[in-house]
Design a protein around this ligand. Structure first.
Ligand SMILES: Cc1ncc(C[n+]2csc(CCOP(=O)(O)OP(=O)(O)O)c2C)c(N)n1
Length: 284
């Protein structure tokens, strides 16, 4: 945990759910059997995406909505790295939604952690694609509030082909454990973290989540390997919100299906045998 500490003090608001997620992330990384230089943390842009600034590992803060294509590039260049992509619900479900779907269907071995505060925090409180119907924000004023159907991240992940799907909350004592399970899963793992935004979302608070979430592991007959069961709980939102490991399956990863990556990672392959001018002529 100490090795992962940066010299910067987070600039998040006091009480922000991101503190819980940062602590859990550091706990999770320190319990993995890897050294900091074997990890790449790729974020988008947003309050949540600043998390990389507070973890002493290799990291890239990319553009808004672009964590997944950059994480894909990192993974393909060196598939031995553990790659974690991270960002907000706006980042991932707004501008980044196309990348999310394609990364899921390709099943890259990447863990995607979404800080879902159901609002745009950094830009000071506009509705996000996960804001509930009727949510009153600067962008969706009273009396109507948001009139757009929200995206349910776990449903979207299941349908797009993610091979590990989970949900937790920023205050969940098991959050680090879910992160470890997501990282250890071989394939695209999506962890939706319900994260209170104390400044701009006064509805979906710690208390609001606490009163609604229930852990799937407490259901006697729940089986995360059963897609039909996962699909049936994934739609739950409102009075009851499931958390825990929602779905888990095995499928060939994108990296495994590429013969070019069968030997050493691309970064370790010799490039002196490649003639750039021949390549350029071919492409001309
Ligand atoms: C291309 C582009 N469009 C818009 C923005 C402005 N912008 C920065 S962060 C952000 C949304 C932040 O919300 P979210 O991703 O949910 O993260 P949060 O701040 O809530 O953690 C937006 C719209 C941008 N930086 N780049």
């Amino acid at each position: 945990m100490e090795d992962l500490k940066m010299q910067y003090v987070p600039t998040w608001c006091i009480g922000c759910g991101n503190y819980g997620i940062l602590n859990a992330l550091k706990k999770a990384i320190s319990s993995l059997d890897i050294s900091p230089e074997e990890l790449a943390l790729v974020t988008g842009i947003g309050c949540s995406s600043k998390i990389g600034q507070y973890v002493n590992t290799y990291r890239i803060e990319t553009l808004h909505g672009r964590s997944l294509p950059v994480a894909t590039g990192v993974k393909l260049a060196n598939h031995r790295l553990t790659v974690i992509a991270e960002g907000g619900d706006g980042d991932g479900m707004g501008l980044g939604i196309g990348h999310f779907i394609h990364t899921a269907r390709r099943n890259l071995d990447i863990t995607y952690i979404i800080h879902n505060n159901q609002i745009y925090g950094l830009t000071k409180g506009q509705a996000s694609p996960t804001s509930d119907l009727g949510a009153i924000t600067k962008f969706t004023p009273a009396p109507l509030g948001s009139v757009e159907q929200p995206i349910n991240i776990v449903q979207m992940a299941l349908q797009a082909g993610a091979t590990w799907v989970g949900r937790s909350t920023a205050a969940d004592p098991q959050l680090a454990d879910y992160m470890v399970q997501a990282v250890n899963h071989k394939g695209f793992a999506v962890l939706d973290i319900l994260q209170p935004c104390v400044s701009f979302n006064h509805v979906n608070t710690y208390k609001w989540y606490q009163e609604r979430v229930y852990r799937l592991e407490t259901l006697p007959d729940y089986d995360a390997a059963d897609y039909a069961k996962a699909a049936s709980v994934a739609g739950q939102w409102g009075e009851k919100i499931p958390i825990g490991v929602i779905y888990r399956t095995e499928r060939m990863t994108f990296e495994e299906s590429l013969p070019q990556l069968a030997g050493r990672p691309l970064v370790e392959q010799p490039i002196d045998t490649i003639s750039i001018s021949t390549l350029m002529d071919e492409l001309a």
